[in-house]
Design a protein around this ligand. Structure first.
Ligand SMILES: NC(=O)c1ccc[n+]([C@@H]2O[C@H](COP(=O)([O-])OP(=O)(O)OC[C@H]3O[C@@H](n4cnc5c(N)ncnc54)[C@H](OP(=O)(O)O)[C@@H]3O)[C@@H](O)[C@H]2O)c1
Length: 255
């Protein structure tokens, strides 16, 4: 029987690559995002197996809309991938309204979308948060992002504890530095607001960014094949050499 996955931020970058990966592995995918064009492209490319939902995960109405599409369908996989970087700059100049909007998307979105969709999840379902190294260390200029990803990390710990009795597995993952629109946005920041700018520009120049397809292989392995104790253990890191032999195989016979 086909499995069902819901992925937020499905139109671009890591989310889009993961959608493709799961669709090629015969899943039904519900892809969420705000802009219609990237979602329509996903639908165009994969047809019937994809349902697209234009919704903002940072709003109650957006989450209600997502819920109304899922209805009572069982979800095997729920991936909280949508996130924003803005506002960038010193905390001393941060506008409260911008900070709130940021937290509504990066933190409230995953927490309350999980809450809303709980009736659709059951034994064996997996919830995965896309985390970041920024959840664990401060990066000057990225205060909002570091704080929201750190809060998201704690929400993973709390949900994991609360849902373990229901057989619902909760995981978290650091995808590495990935060649997506978010990285392009980072390279276009100015040094005054983001002192580490040059490091990120040089990663691109030196071809050191990960390809979203590679990341999607790691995520698909975590979601579909990793043992429950590995899936839930910690904020799993794509750079963990001990995990590499388990997912980084070129021989993907199911595609
Ligand atoms: N790229 C990296 O190096 C890197 C590193 C560590 C972690 N991450 C994490 O990886 C995830 C994916 O990012 P990405 O790098 O693939 O960047 P991306 O291409 O910018 O993807 C973010 C996606 O989220 C969607 N989104 C943003 N706000 C939303 C909202 N309120 N409601 C619904 N959808 C929303 C965006 O589409 P719309 O604007 O159309 O809504 C977009 O498709 C994020 O959680 C990010 O923090 C990325």
């Amino acid at each position: 029987m086909k499995k069902h996955a819901l992925i937020t931020g499905a139109g671009t970058g890591i989310g889009r690559a993961l959608c493709e990966k799961l669709l090629k592995k015969n899943h039904e995918v519900i892809g969420v995002g705000r802009r219609p064009a990237p979602l329509e492209k996903l639908k165009q490319d994969f047809g019937q197996s994809v349902t697209i939902v234009e919704a903002d995960v940072g709003t109650v109405s957006g989450r209600n809309k997502i819920h109304s599409v899922v209805k009572k369908q069982k979800l095997d996989l729920l991936v909280h991938n949508a996130a924003v970087l803005d506002p960038v700059g010193p905390i001393s100049k941060m506008k409260r309204r911008e900070w709130q909007k940021h937290f509504q998307i990066n933190f409230e979105g995953p927490v309350f979308l999980t809450q809303k969709l709980l009736p659709c999840l059951g034994t064996g379902s997996r919830i995965l948060n896309i985390s970041s190294g920024a959840a664990h260390r401060s990066i000057q200029g990225w205060a909002a992002y570091c704080m929201s990803k750190a809060a998201l990390h704690m929400s993973y710990e709390c949900w994991k504890e609360e849902l373990s009795g229901q057989g619902i597995l909760v995981g978290s993952v650091k995808p590495g530095v990935v060649d997506t629109a978010m990285q392009e946005q980072i390279r276009n920041l100015d040094e005054e607001r983001f002192p580490m700018l040059e490091n990120f520009r040089s990663l691109k120049r030196n071809n050191e960014l990960l390809d979203p397809n590679t990341v999607s292989r790691f995520l698909a392995w975590l979601l579909l094949d990793a043992k429950p104790e590995i899936f839930t253990e910690k904020d799993q890191d794509i750079r963990d050499e001990a995990l590499k032999p388990l997912w980084d195989v070129s021989n993907e016979t199911t595609e």
